[in-house]
Design a protein around this ligand. Structure first.
Ligand SMILES: NC(=O)c1ccc[n+]([C@@H]2O[C@H](COP(=O)([O-])OP(=O)(O)OC[C@H]3O[C@@H](n4cnc5c(N)ncnc54)[C@H](OP(=O)(O)O)[C@@H]3O)[C@@H](O)[C@H]2O)c1
Length: 321
């Protein structure tokens, strides 16, 4: 079968190789699946570069979330969505899924949307509800709102009854955030989002900031977070990890909240099934709907990951073998 492999670390466009490999053999707690659609994530880029918190031994196949069909055993034929960790990731015709990370696809959901309902939406749901305790009527500021993580957070924030302010880089992405339902949108490459947030909240600031960019964006977010606000540290797509001065948190009474969704595998694995059920209910109610910005063939993986790494994508990019 065909699979993209990383044999040495580096930028995806330089190091990914499309190779013919034997079909993967599942262990006792794994399912062998046919990949119907694989959704890309920024961490796939970091995995190829060796900059992710997990560093699988080489060679490995990246691609961490799929919609797939189970090939063997009692669940054969079942349509599932969930995670395909390296080394047998989803950028391939077949992959391996942990039994505990393969969830039923809701009826009527297309493959590309189903592949996109896992990482970013689970992260958003856990991040906004469990970690940030977002309440109805609060103001949520979502950075990089047109991206994968951001587009999910805008929809989940709206579904929670929050007022959503989004930032995005450039007019096309601003429009994407508007279409997703954000109440106020800032092109943060052209305009100071701190002033816009203060203006939109009568000086109070945002109750929850959902920050997947970090660096200067985190630094500026501290200036427009509300009294008793929560800044959720989701990622560092901007490339710099910011410092969080504790004296500033003290004088403004806000919290900096870390979010590592995958870590619940160790501490509370049952959260994934619970969150999946909540997401399916929201999808069935029409409250969320994954934004698939591009659907491409599997062969396009290196170019698609390069675009994702350089701010060239909106929503989710999904590949089909
Ligand atoms: N904490 C967790 O558990 C968790 C889970 C999943 C993902 N993440 C993290 O969340 C972040 C977003 O992931 P994603 O897959 O959804 O990616 P994405 O948001 O679709 O793409 C990254 C976006 O970040 C913005 N950005 C700002 N500065 C950038 C720069 N210098 N280079 C590249 N992008 C930049 C861009 O949007 P603009 O052009 O609008 O600025 C870009 O589109 C990543 O850091 C990822 O590691 C964390």
């Amino acid at each position: 079968m065909r699979a993209w492999q990383v044999c040495e670390l580096g930028d995806p466009a330089d190091v990914l190789e499309l190779v013919d490999v034997p079909e993967p053999v599942p262990g006792p707690d794994q399912l062998r699946v046919r990949v119907d659609a694989v959704a890309l994530n920024f961490p796939d880029v970091l995995l190829c570069q060796g900059k992710y918190q997990e560093r699988p031994p080489l060679p490995f196949t990246p691609g961490q979330e799929v919609c797939a069909t189970v090939l063997d055993g009692p669940r054969a034929g079942e349509r599932v969505l969930g995670s395909t960790p390296a080394p047998h990731g989803g950028l391939a015709e077949q992959a391996l899924m942990p039994v505990t990370s393969a969830f039923p696809v809701p009826d009527g959901m297309p493959d590309a949307k189903a592949a996109s309902l896992f990482i970013t939406y689970q992260t958003g749901h856990v991040g906004l509800h469990r970690r940030a305790q977002l309440r109805e009527g609060e103001t949520l500021l979502v950075h990089a709102g047109a991206g994968g993580v951001g587009s999910a957070a805008i929809q989940l924030g709206r579904a929670a009854g929050a007022r959503v302010i989004a930032t995005a880089g450039g007019p096309e992405k601003v429009q994407v955030c508007r279409d997703l339902g954000a109440d106020v949108v800032v092109d943060y490459l052209a305009e100071d989002f701190v002033a816009v947030v203060k203006d939109a909240t009568e000086g109070r600031g945002a109750d929850v900031v959902y920050d997947s960019v970090g660096g200067d964006v985190f630094d500026k977010s501290r200036r427009c977070v509300a009294f008793e606000g929560r800044i959720v540290v989701v990622g560092f797509a901007g490339g710099r990890i910011a410092d969080a001065p504790t004296n500033h948190a003290l004088v403004k009474n806000y919290s900096v909240v870390g979010l590592h969704w995958g870590l619940y595998r160790t501490y509370e694995p049952e959260i994934f099934a619970r969150t999946h059920e909540a997401l399916v209910r929201l999808w069935e109610a029409g409250a969320i709907d994954p934004l698939v910005g591009a659907e491409l063939p599997l062969e396009d993986a290196p170019a698609a990951l390069a675009r994702l790494a350089s701010r060239g994508t909106v929503g989710k990019v999904v590949l089909t073998p």
